[in-house]
Design a protein around this ligand. Structure first.
Ligand SMILES: *Cc1c(COP(=O)(O)O)cnc(C)c1O
Length: 498
């Protein structure tokens, strides 16, 4: 019998995964007629009434139980995760998620609640949500918070709906345009368009900030608002953020803060103090709840007092008598955007993370994230070109334009990193940087990992100088070589056909 196996190991000090995982045969290919997983032979009292019993076999592969267990265990070992190796995927904040967060979320008092239970029986859960709202309001500098949105993009959509409601409440119904910088995450223009608005793109200047002159040229009384990411997707702090906000406010517009990059700001700067009108937080990035592969996230929305009436309903609140409750009496609310009160398991994890680090610990996490990114940058910046010559925040964007001329692109470098045992960084984003490599190491990686990753990037650059063809051939040590990534997403093959 062939015994497929995956021999993946993690080098203890470097965060790199070594050795080549083998490709799994499909269960159908392991099938042997008559083989069975059933080892309980007592059929004396058959519990299935004959009317309900299946008449023809199901056509499933016939395997022993052990084979099935090994098959799925090996498949699980093909996964690449923060828990198995370094994951510098820029813009995604793939930091380590402490296990205590999961432990707290699994406590029966949280995990076994039913969302339709009356308020008086879920006081602990409501209190947790209320305190989380207060902590998030504190760290962002805003007056009110909704925990309902399920992700960053969902919070963007919710906020633009709120902007619309805010303007309409003033009889100001002629505003049609949302302004988005050209460095923005694709969800920003998509959210504005989904709310029925036109999108105006504004270019970035030579330092990677939004170009203020270009912004002022396009501002007018038809502007709903601006969507601003700070630090932006280049990993750079918007140097003139206060001026930008003032210019938008001057024409009656509002400023949306895309706070997906809050990992660089916790305890160091508050979006509410910088002039923004709201900000969303990706709990699944900054506040350390596991994410990726479409699992549940949470994108709480924090707003100023003038926007509070439009927040989604129901809201969670602290009553005057010290109890906690859900309130539905919000006539100006944009309504409900999520079933029940949000992704509760994610909220418990984020709460646990914040309470276990404390205010000083969160500030230290941001400082360490900035330090890790700048250290890694300092090791590679004489070999790869930096898109904008500035000190970075928690991530940085290189351009492999030089390497491309030598014969290997950003994509080739990403694939070569797989052979080096690392998850590749984000490539070809932001769109304004040619051959972009967007690297976010996060604060949780030890220096040994940062050094090993820098060494790998430098080795690849040397290979490109002398034998770029070998880099174009990568990966050689992955279970599959180059995939049709667009086809895999758009036309997935989900059925086994012999
Ligand atoms: C991740 C991210 C988003 C979208 O967040 P989701 O939770 O994936 O919807 C938006 N903007 C930026 C800058 C991001 O990094």
């Amino acid at each position: 019998m062939t015994q497929p196996s995956v021999r993946t190991q993690v080098a203890p000090d470097t965060g790199a995964r070594t050795e080549t995982p083998a490709l799994e045969p499909l269960l159908f290919e392991l099938h042997r007629e008559g083989r069975s997983g059933r080892h309980i032979r007592d059929e004396a009292s058959d519990p299935v009434p004959p009317d309900f019993a299946r008449q023809a076999p199901l056509g499933l592969p016939e395997l022993s139980e052990l084979q099935v267990v090994r098959h799925f265990t090996h498949l699980s070992q093909l996964n690449y995760a923060v828990d198995t190796g370094f994951y510098p995927l820029g813009s995604c904040t793939m930091k380590y998620n402490p296990k205590v967060n999961d432990r707290a979320a699994s406590l029966p008092g949280f995990a076994d609640l039913h969302p339709l239970q009356p308020d008086e029986t879920i006081q602990g859960a409501l209190r947790l949500m209320c305190e989380l709202q207060e902590m998030l309001a504190g760290i962002t500098g805003f007056a009110a918070v909704s925990l309902q949105p399920a992700a960053g993009a969902h919070a963007e959509f919710t906020a633009i709906l709120m902007f619309k409601a805010y303007h309409h409440a003033r009889g100001d119904t002629g505003r049609r345009r949302v302004i988005v910088p050209d460095s923005a995450h694709g969800t920003n223009p998509a959210s504005a368009a989904m709310c029925g608005f036109d999108v105006t793109t504004v270019r970035s200047d030579a330092r990677g900030n939004i170009d203020i002159a270009a912004l002022e040229d396009t501002l007018g009384d038809d502007v709903v608002g601006l969507m601003l990411t700070n630090p932006n997707t280049l990993g750079l702090f918007e140097e003139r953020v206060r001026e930008v906000c003032a210019a938008v406010h001057k024409v009656g517009g509002l400023v949306y803060g895309d706070g997906a990059n809050l990992n660089a700001l916790m305890g160091l700067a508050r979006p509410g103090d910088l002039g923004l009108d709201c900000v969303h937080i990706n709990l699944h990035k900054t506040f350390s709840t596991p994410h990726g592969a479409g699992g549940p996230g949470a994108g709480p929305l924090c707003v100023t007092a003038p926007l509070e009436p439009y927040l989604p309903s129901p809201r969670v609140r602290r009553n005057d008598d010290g109890t906690f409750g859900r309130s539905l009496d919000h006539p100006d609310s944009v309504g409900r955007v999520r079933s029940f009160l949000g992704s509760f398991g994610v909220l418990v994890r984020a709460y646990t993370y914040m309470r276990s680090l404390g205010e000083e610990g969160l500030a230290e996490a941001s400082r360490d994230a900035i330090l890790a990114a700048n250290y890694l940058l300092s090791r590679v910046r004489s070999t790869y070109q930096l898109a904008y010559e500035r000190t970075c925040m928690h991530e940085f964007v290189l351009t492999a334009a030089k390497q491309k001329k030598q014969g290997a692109s950003a994509l080739d470098i990403a694939k070569a990193l797989i052979d080096e045992g690392f998850h590749p960084p984000t490539v070809y984003f932001p769109l304004i940087v040619a051959e972009a490599l967007m690297i976010e190491p996060t604060e949780t990686e030890p220096k040994e990992t940062l050094d090993a990753f820098a060494d790998a990037l430098l080795r690849i650059a040397r290979r490109i100088e002398t034998e770029p063809g070998t880099v174009r051939d990568a990966p050689l040590r992955a279970p599959l070589r180059r995939l049709d990534e667009v086809g895999a997403a758009r036309r997935p093959v989900l059925r086994y056909r012999r």
